[in-house]
Design a protein around this ligand. Sequence first.
Ligand code: MTE
Length: 318
Amino acid sequence: MLIKRPRGWELPESAATPEQVWLDRRSLMLGGAGLIGAAALPRLALAQEGDPSADLYPAPRNEAFALDRPVTEESVASNYNNFYEFGSSKRVAAAAQRLETRPWSVVVDGMVEEERTIDIDTLIRGMSLEERLYRLRCVEAWAMAVPWTGFPLADLVAMARPLSSARYLRFETFLNPDVASGQRQSWYPWPYVEGVTMEEATNELAFLVTGVYGKPLQQQFGAPIRLALPWKYGFKSIKSIVRITFTDERPVSFWEELAASEYGFWANVNPDVPHPRWSQATERMLGTDEQRPTVIYNGYGEWVAGLYAGLEDEPLYM
Ligand code: MTE
């Protein structure tokens, strides 16, 4: 988001290739490239079929989280992703399939009664999964609405038994430049890091996501486990988490480290506070040309506005 060169997100939607055209073009290119390329195609579908948690989906929907707009088509949301580990374009789905999501474990450490490393399937099967329809508002002024499956972050906090001194949660994504070519770009402060306060983490809306569209999460969405914080700009919703640390120090996130004047810790959605380089007043729904007015806290003020009482002097909206 910082680097001064043509960025994927600067493309107008009209310049983006429709998914089917792109897939057709890709299969032509791979076919021409010979056997290795052609063999790579089915991996996109196989990755999910072999997922050991597949039997848990679809999970029952929690109807408390209603949408004011249609769900974004799966083919659109699955082919327009921000996952800088695999490149700065939105077309990272194919490259992201290189990420092996089993075995996978999540370290829970720092200010907890007992530090532990949890196997992802033990974690997923130990939680009660539900589906929630959530909006996602990217800081780049596009938006989508998706059916995430997962469990409240508050359930993981309870499981972790934090010490009373813990004030923040710090999340970290995997680090493997052999697999993720973006991580060979040394000007980025890898691994991707994000953080929230304990109050935010235990808010009902904060959700750890393990599936989408009624299936296990695909790699480009941040498999096998990512965060969804729908009242904040999308960059807070960190993907492919390997470590969750309870701490008394406010974490410095990936984007904050790169450009603190543009991307802050709080990053709550607000139409009236522009990004230094563009307006946040409206948002474009992925897969359409529709522009909708942006809503404070992305429409989730009822759940979260109270979290920020007394913090008015903080830069809550960047
Ligand atoms: N997490 C990691 N590890 N790496 C990333 O590049 N991009 C963020 C966020 N989480 C990102 C990440 C941004 S900018 C957005 S908008 C959302 O993921 C996009 O999620 P999506 O691709 O599922 O739409």
